[in-house]
Design a protein around this ligand. Structure first.
Ligand code: FMN
Length: 268
């Protein structure tokens, strides 16, 4: 039987706001539109205000050109200039801050924005989209960059899985207490055991068509929910510095008939 967790709405979780619903703003950067989909869904689910911000000299959208410009900016120690935002941040209690992951963390326009706005005393909820991962590293980077804010656990989804956004976001919003509702309580992963041939095949089916090699699975923990069997692989791979490294890769196999294994996030 599946266990159900009930979450109370956010008003109960925010001690600062006793009588009124907290005011929420979804503030995001999106170059190619994927993060925008998440932003719009959050705003729609919560009835929050929403603003997309941009840089004065927009990136072209071409992957290689963007990478080259970022590397050049990094080398020269310059950051892009952000156009002033229209929203009055001081009016809001909770800022959902959205971005694509670039180079393992939030994209440079976000770093630039953080210098221009004051988030002291605000609750900041990060959300991001990515090719393989970056949610946890970018959240940790945000905590460092805006120590005066309460940066909470965030939401992230691979751009290749954006069609799964609705149920995953709904779960996140309910568990975080931003929205009332009921969600299934998932069990913990079992302890890590050496991988079997069958599990390696599942890993390969989930990961082998990704544009970069993700490494070799050595051990795995599993869990089962009402809708999927999930795997947490420990993987040996090559780090960004070219040295051997370990990562964690989460894979899910939905229980529906035509289900294919998919990796949901790489944690480096
Ligand atoms: C310059 C650049 C760097 C990127 N770096 C990463 C990365 O380090 N890790 C990752 O998982 N995805 C990376 N990506 C993929 C983007 O995070 C992903 O495509 C994202 O969904 C784009 O969001 P957007 O459509 O809102 O711009 C990068 C994309 C670009 C353009």
């Amino acid at each position: 039987m599946k266990k159900i967790m009930t979450a109370l709405a956010v008003a109960a979780t925010l001690s600062a706001c006793t009588s009124q619903q907290p005011k929420m703003l979804v503030l995001y950067y999106s170059q190619e539109g994927t993060t925008q989909k998440v932003a719009e869904q959050i705003a729609a689910e919560l009835g929050a205000d929403i603003e997309r911000f941009d840089v004065e000299e927009p990136y072209t959208g071409n992957f290689q050109e963007t990478i080259e410009r970022c590397l050049k900016e990094r080398e020269e120690g310059i950051s892009p200039k952000v156009k002033p935002i229209a929203s009055d941040i001081s009016k809001y209690d909770i800022i959902f801050l959205g971005y694509p992951i670039w180079f393992g963390t939030y994209a440079p326009p976000v770093a630039a924005l953080l210098k221009d706005i004051n988030l002291d005393g605000k609750v900041v909820v990060p959300f991001c989209t990515f090719g393989s991962g970056g949610l946890y590293s970018s959240t940790a980077d945000l905590q460092q960059a805006i120590p005066g804010a309460e940066v909470r656990d965030g939401f992230g989804i691979r751009s290749a899985r954006i069609d799964k956004l609705q149920p995953e976001l709904e779960r996140f919003l309910v568990i975080g207490g931003y929205k009332e509702g009921e969600v299934e309580s998932y069990p913990d992963y079992s302890e890590q055991m050496p991988v079997t041939e069958e599990q390696v095949a599942i890993f390969d089916a989930a990961c082998s068509d990704y544009q970069f090699p993700l490494g070799t699975p050595i051990s795995v923990g599993t869990r089962e929910t009402s809708s999927s069997v999930d795997y947490l692989f420990t993987v040996e791979s090559m780090g960004r510095d070219g040295n051997p490294a370990q990562s964690k890769i989460y894979v899910t196999v939905p229980k529906s008939a035509d289900a294919r294994p998919e990796f949901t996030i790489v944690v480096r």
